[in-house]
Design a protein around this ligand. Structure first.
Ligand code: FES
Ligand code: FES
Length: 184
């Protein structure tokens, strides 16, 4: 098993470790505390990591199940080429309490890796398993569309507010509404 590009300094097939949740190994054995525990039962997405590029809840995965896989946590997203995504979240003021953000970033990174031209509905779908009680999701979506456009060399995605300056400042009305992505 490799985590953030490096082999882990233990045998993930060791029976005790193999039966330990990946989330606990990441946080307690590797000190990667970016991945958070929210519900512990696969409902909130706060613990999401990339497993071979796909977003997965690390609270539901036993370490032995991914002993031969490549894991990326939020701490490794920049090295994987997603520093621009993290910067866009800051630029779009997409972070409030921040508890959900590692999982949200991870799911958005997975989306961008499989879809270079995501539409807003695609972001909504990608974040269907990530609960955020603070932001209303619009700023996440603005940030992802902005990054996708920038990676294609296009202008930042327009936010439809008529000011032509992209998403920044466009979503105050969606702030703290507590809704899930897309308001559904
Ligand atoms: S802590 Fe894993 S989905 Fe909530
Ligand atoms: S920013 Fe607070 S839960 Fe998402």
């Amino acid at each position: 098993m490799r985590v953030n590009g490096r082999p882990v300094p233990f045998d993930p097939r060791d029976p005790q470790l193999a039966a330990t949740r990946l989330l606990d190994v990441l946080r307690d054995r590797l000190g990667l505390t970016g991945s958070k525990e929210g519900c512990g039962v696969g409902e909130c997405g706060a613990c999401a990591v990339l497993i071979d590029g796909r977003s997965a809840c690390s609270c539901l995965v036993l370490t032995g199940q991914v002993a031969g896989n490549e894991i990326t946590t939020v701490e490794g997203l920049a090295d994987r080429g997603h520093g621009d995504l993290q910067a866009a979240f800051v630029r779009h003021h997409a972070v409030q309490c921040g508890y959900c953000i590692p999982g949200v970033l991870t799911s958005c990174a997975a989306l961008l890796e499989r879809n270079a031209t995501p539409q807003r509905d695609d972001v909504t779908t990608a974040l269907g398993g990530n609960l955020c009680r603070c932001t209303g999701y619009q700023r996440f979506t603005d940030a992802v569309c902005d990054v996708a456009a920038a990676r294609r060399g296009a202008a930042p995605a327009d936010d439809g507010d008529g000011d032509g300056d992209g998403p920044v400042g466009a979503v105050g009305s969606a702030n703290s509404d507590g809704q899930r992505a897309g308001g559904s």
